[in-house]
Each structure stands twice: as structure tokens, then as C-alpha cells.
Ligand binder design. Structure first.
Ligand SMILES: CC(C)(COP(=O)(O)OP(=O)(O)OC[C@H]1O[C@@H](n2cnc3c(N)ncnc32)[C@H](O)[C@@H]1OP(=O)(O)O)[C@@H](O)C(=O)NCCC(=O)NCCS
Length: 231
């Protein structure tokens, strides 16, 4: 299995069709053009794992603001799961993050108590186990994922994880993270504040403090659930 960073539009398009489309609900998947435009202007990176010429897994990252990145997608095709490809891809992403001086790498994942999962789209509990093993922590915020594409709905009942945090961003002996950096990252993810509903407003308000508490991924159930708030 070889890992490759993609810049060629045809290769990116193939990974979109063959790895991302089968792995994520359409409501949570950005458009192909969003990926292609981002790769073109350098804000989006796609790393894929190939078995021969066939893409089997991929990681997509997006620059949110200087020094802050989002792992937008990480997926291994069902038949190849459990053989270490996802871990290898994530290692590669984390190496890139450290090399380029990025201070924060975030990821959005489903809460197991809000999302049932499926054979194609994955099991939320197994996914959290995967990220916990990778040393991820959960930001103590009622996270709601903004619509991934025009016409899609926001997805409540999500968790915001941090996979890399530079020591300079940690507060309270590592128990929390600089609130200003998190608030800026949320602004980049969520866009204009004037479009906020109550859930989005509650999320931004929760980040507006000097430091946002961090929890072990295993403690995710103690994090406030955005789907419990009024729409
Ligand atoms: C999560 C995922 C990327 C891991 O890739 P992988 O190549 O299977 O990774 P590894 O072999 O390195 O790690 C295996 C671990 O992945 C997790 N995993 C396995 N199958 C999974 C599934 N169907 N759904 C979610 N996570 C799964 C488990 O934690 C597993 O370890 P364990 O069951 O032995 O405890 C992959 O399972 C997947 O694509 N899932 C569906 C899409 C997804 O959930 N993406 C992440 C959200 S951005």
C-alpha cells in the first residue's frame, strides 16, 4: 500500500468518487468542486492510499486559518478496514502538520448516542476508539457541524476533536486550550454569525472564554450535546 499526496485533478476526482462518496452520507460530504478548488489553491490536501492503481483510503485536510487545520475526511473502504491504513494515513497527516508548523489539527465526529452509523458509513463507537488510540482529545463544546454543501442541513450531535495541539496553545496544565484560537477556528468552519440558529449561537458562545476545557475521548458522553438544544 503506497501513500500519495495528490495534486492531479483526475486523481483527486477518482478518490472523491471511489473513496469519499461511498464512505460518507451525502449530507456530510462537500462537493467535488470544493475539493478540486481547494487542492488547486493549496488550502485543501488529499492524501490517498493505493493498492496498485486503486485508491483504498484517503485523508482530506483543510486549512481553516493560519496554524489551524481540519481533518475534513478520513476513510478506508470497508473491505480494507482494520489493517492499519487509516492509522498510517493519519500519521502522514500529523507529520505534515508538525512539519508545516500547524498548531492545531481538528476533526468532526459523530456522537455514538446521536448517530447509529451503518456498514458503509462506519460505526461511531469504533471511530471514537480509533481516535482515542491516536491520542485525540474532545473539546468541551456542544458541536454542530455546518452544512457541508448548498442545500444540506447542519448536523447536530457531533463532537469536535483535537488530534494535534501545540504546547503553546495549552492552558491549565494541559487541561484546556486557548479559547481565542478555538473561536477563530469556529468562525472559519461556520462562516457568518448572522446566519446562526440557536445551536450555532450556543456553540460560539461556549467557545468565547479564555480557555476551552479538553476531555479524554473516552469521556465524550460528558460533553454537552448540541442536538439536545432547541433548533
Ligand atoms: C475510521 C477509519 C478511517 C479507520 O481506518 P482503518 O484503515 O480501518 O484504520 P486502522 O486499521 O488503522 O484502525 C482500525 C480501527 O478503526 C476503527 N474502525 C474499524 N472499523 C470501523 C468502522 N466501520 N467505522 C468506524 N471505525 C472503525 C476501530 O477503532 C478499529 O480498531 P478496533 O476495532 O480494533 O478497535 C475507517 O474505519 C473508516 O473509514 N470508517 C468509516 C468512515 C469514518 O468513520 N471516517 C472517520 C470520520 S472523518
Amino acid at each position: 500500500m503506497k501513500l500519495q499526496s495528490l495534486t492531479d485533478a483526475a486523481a483527486v476526482s477518482r478518490v472523491y468518487d471511489d473513496v469519499l462518496v461511498p464512505s460518507f452520507p451525502m449530507s456530510e460530504l462537500v462537493t467535488r468542486d470544493w475539493v478540486l478548488d481547494g487542492v488547486g489553491d493549496g488550502t485543501v490536501t488529499v492524501v490517498a492510499a493505493y493498492e496498485g492503481e486503486i485508491p483504498m483510503a484517503a485523508a482530506v485536510t483543510e486549512v481553516l486559518s493560519p496554524g489551524v487545520m481540519l481533518l475534513s475526511y478520513l476513510a478506508t473502504l470497508p473491505a480494507s478496514r482494520g489493517s492499519g491504513i487509516g492509522s498510517r494515513l493519519l500519521d502522514r497527516v500529523r507529520q505534515q502538520v508538525r512539519r508545516t508548523g500547524v498548531g492545531l489539527l481538528l476533526a468532526e465526529v459523530e456522537r455514538p448516542d446521536c448517530h447509529a452509523g451503518s456498514a458503509e458509513h462506519g460505526d461511531p463507537t469504533a471511530r471514537l476508539r480509533f481516535y482515542a488510540r491516536q491520542g485525540a482529545v474532545v473539546l468541551d463544546l456542544p458541536y454542530v457541524q455546518p452544512p457541508a454543501r448548498p442545500g444540506a442541513e447542519p448536523v447536530p450531535g457531533m463532537l469536535l476533536l483535537a488530534l494535534e495541539i501545540a504546547p503553546s496553545l495549552l492552558r491549565d496544565a494541559g487541561g484546556s486550550i486557548d479559547g481565542a484560537v478555538v473561536a477563530r477556528a469556529l468562525d472559519a468552519i461556520m462562516g457568518e454569525e448572522r446566519d446562526d440558529g440557536p445551536r450555532e449561537a450556543a456553540l460560539r458562545a461556549a467557545a468565547r472564554r479564555p480557555a476551552v476545557p479538553l476531555r479524554h475521548t473516552e469521556e465524550w458522553a460528558a460533553v454537552e450535546d448540541s442536538s439536545a438544544a432547541p433548533e
